[in-house]
Design a protein around this ligand. Structure first.
Ligand code: URA
Length: 267
């Protein structure tokens, strides 16, 4: 089995820092399974993932299956790793797998994924040629009866999972990174980034390096394409699904318009 022993920055759940209070369930109102689940999460340790080097995307995917860097692995069905060609020019980064993705083991294959597919198509981007992944590779949810309700990942989950995203970006070395929603945008552009104010803006981006002597040893660095990389953020497809009927078409059009701006960076 590949070495994915978590290292560094080991923190206890009870001492977590940087957790958005909006992400914290109200424990007084949680009973039964909620309480048990929350208490179990609160006592587990957080660390950061340690992707193996020189194993390619398939090796990373296999290693990520065993990741225990944060407690999200336990209630989740499986790790949902990124998908797409290693020579993709575009990387799309979402937040975390949803309920459908958690069951199927693939990113963006549920309702948000269908909307994303349509938007990419309308923008002229071929999803099959893009690499699609998430900032967090396990589904975070609370269980209410049979329903699993999405919970936004906390910054501690994003930090723990970040080395997987960095390793993917280093290997794919794209020309354009599109952050879908605030979690991905904050992960890659910093906590101060505001989708509402800065969406659709292309910015230069320095992807993590792959190559001998670096953290993400991609092996034969002579083949590494030399090009500029751009990054931009836009709204998450789920947000388009959530807005009222009267606003949905405009929200969808704005998403497509942002994706078209991204496409221009490839020209
Ligand atoms: N939302 C995401 O952010 N990612 C997925 O893979 C699915 C839904």
């Amino acid at each position: 089995m590949l070495d994915v022993v978590p290292d560094l920055a080991v923190r206890r759940g009870e001492g977590r820092t940087g957790v958005d209070p909006a992400d914290e369930p109200d424990r007084r109102q949680l009973g039964g399974a909620h309480q048990t689940h929350w208490d179990a999460m609160a006592t587990q340790e957080f660390s950061t993932a340690s992707p193996p080097t020189g194993v390619g995307l398939e090796g990373l995917r296999e290693a990520a299956r065993h990741c225990r860097a944060c407690p999200l692995w336990e209630p989740a069905t499986q790790t949902v790793f990124g998908e797409g060609p290693v020579d993709a020019r575009v990387v799309l980064v979402g937040e975390q797998p949803g309920d459908v993705e958690d069951r199927k083991g693939e990113p963006f294959v549920g309702p948000a994924g269908r909307l994303l597919d349509r938007a990419l198509d309308d923008a002229g981007i071929d999803r099959k040629q893009a690499y699609v992944t998430n900032a967090v590779k396990h589904f975070r949810f609370t269980q209410t009866g049979k329903r699993r309700l999405h919970q936004t990942p906390g910054s501690e989950h994003v930090v723990a999972c970040r080395p997987w995203l960095d390793a993917e970006l280093a290997l794919v070395n794209p020309e354009l990174v599109v952050c879908l929603g605030a979690t991905a945008a904050k992960a890659l552009l910093g906590n101060q980034f505001r989708i509402t104010k800065q969406r659709g803006q292309l910015m230069p981006f320095e992807p993590p390096r792959s190559g001998a002597g670096t953290l993400f040893d991609g092996g034969d660095d002579e083949d590494a394409a030399v090009h500029s990389t751009w990054i931009m953020a836009t709204t998450h497809p789920s947000a388009v699904l959530r807005v009222g009927d009267d606003l949905r078409e405009a929200a969808y059009d704005a998403l497509v318009a942002d994706l078209r701006v991204g496409l221009e960076a490839l020209a």
